[in-house]
Design a protein around this ligand. Structure first.
Ligand code: SAM
Length: 343
């Protein structure tokens, strides 16, 4: 019986591998053309010593890069099936994937991991369009203070909060979560949903979260995990560097697999726990990848031939960078607490 089960499991794995290969092959050609073109273009530019127009420009700050990226991508995040949720979804093992259920499940998972009594005061750092904050207030009864850098996102988040009748529980502020205008020791929890990768520097963000938390208060971070950049081949490493710079993901390269507990402990938190949920996130990941390819390849081919893909189609360029590393990317949920003796 045991042998029979193993044979079935092996067959299932073989089928999955074949599906992966076919899936990969169907995207492989356009990806290869585009990725090869952008990589060569960037490598060529990177190794040139000639002075160009770019030498006359001021290097944008991380904040400017973040704002530009999210404003440029307004349509892809706010419209279509994401409907303003700027995070991945959670699909339980054995369940079939459905986008809005998966997105909702990720938000419910966050609320359950916060595990606080209704009425607790929590900060949503990098609150985006306010979808997560609204869900946390509606489903768990918490008071949520959202903070986001991008004024257009703040405006839409406030509209959404009003529309959903939770304005008495959710307030949204425009600002930088590395400089919160909240008193010391004043909140029960701080959470981040796929934004800590932007923190610049990470220590400033974690230091601020520590400052505003009450002793014993909790941080919860939903975040990506990446392979060490130095383990990538030179072309993919270069694409990764350009991508992370362009999107303003100043901290992402520090989130290598298994690094989160050490980062949190170095910032003074204790009881750090890290749970890997990559397998539950892959269905959304593949869905987003397919969408990026389907909707953008025709323009992307043109842009890549002009050497402009990175500038004009960041999400697709990101998907292309991710593709060869899709089995190496991870998604983690990290929690930790502020020591009770902390002042
Ligand atoms: C991927 S989106 C996630 C939004 C939201 N958490 C969600 O899950 O829908 C990242 C958000 O973080 C915001 N952000 C990045 N760095 C920030 C900072 N230092 N302070 C405040 N917001 C920031 C961006 O403007 C963007 O809205």
């Amino acid at each position: 019986m045991q042998e029979y089960r193993e044979r079935i499991a092996n067959k299932g794995q073989a089928l999955q591998n074949t599906k992966d290969i076919l899936y990969g092959a169907s995207f492989g050609i356009p990806i290869g053309v585009i990725a090869g073109t952008i990589a060569m273009e960037k490598l060529r530019r990177g190794s040139s010593n000639r002075l160009t127009r770019s030498h006359l420009q001021v290097t944008p700050s991380t904040t400017e890069r973040i704002a530009k990226y999210y404003i440029d991508e307004t349509d892809s995040y706010l419209n279509g099936q994401l409907q303003g949720a700027c995070h991945f979804g959670y699909t339980a093992e054995g369940d079939s994937f459905e986008p809005s259920t998966a997105l909702r499940n990720m938000e419910l998972l966050l609320g359950n991991i916060l595990n606080l009594p209704p009425g607790s005061k929590v900060v949503d750092a990098g609150s985006g369009y306010g979808r997560v904050a609204t869900r946390i207030a509606e489903e768990f009864g918490h008071t949520v203070i959202g903070v986001d850098l991008v004024p257009q996102r703040v405006e839409e988040a406030r509209r959404f909060v009003q529309e959903h009748g939770v304005a008495d529980k959710v307030t949204i502020h425009q600002g930088d979560y590395t400089k919160l205008s909240l008193p010391d020791n004043s909140v029960d929890a701080v959470y981040t949903m796929e934004t800590l990768c932007h923190a610049d520097p990470l220590e400033a963000a974690l230091g601020e979260f520590m400052r505003v938390l009450k002793p014993g208060g909790k941080v919860v971070h939903f975040e990506y995990a990446v392979p060490p950049y130095d383990s990538m081949n030179p072309v993919n490493k270069r694409i990764a560097e350009i991508m992370t710079q362009r999107i303003g993901m100043a901290s992402i390269r520090r989130f290598t697999h298994g690094s989160f507990a050490t980062l949190l402990e170095a910032a003074g938190f204790e009881n750090a726990e890290v749970n890997e949920i990559s397998r539950n996130v892959y269905p959304t990941w593949h869905w987003m990848f397919q969408r990026a390819i389907r909707e953008r390849v025709p323009t992307a081919l043109r842009q890549s031939l002009k050497g402009k893909l990175m500038e004009e189609n960041t999400n697709l360029a990101g998907a292309l960078f991710i593709w060869p590393y899709r089995r190496h990317l991870g998604y983690t949920v990290a929690t930790a607490t502020k020591p009770v003796y902390h002042t």
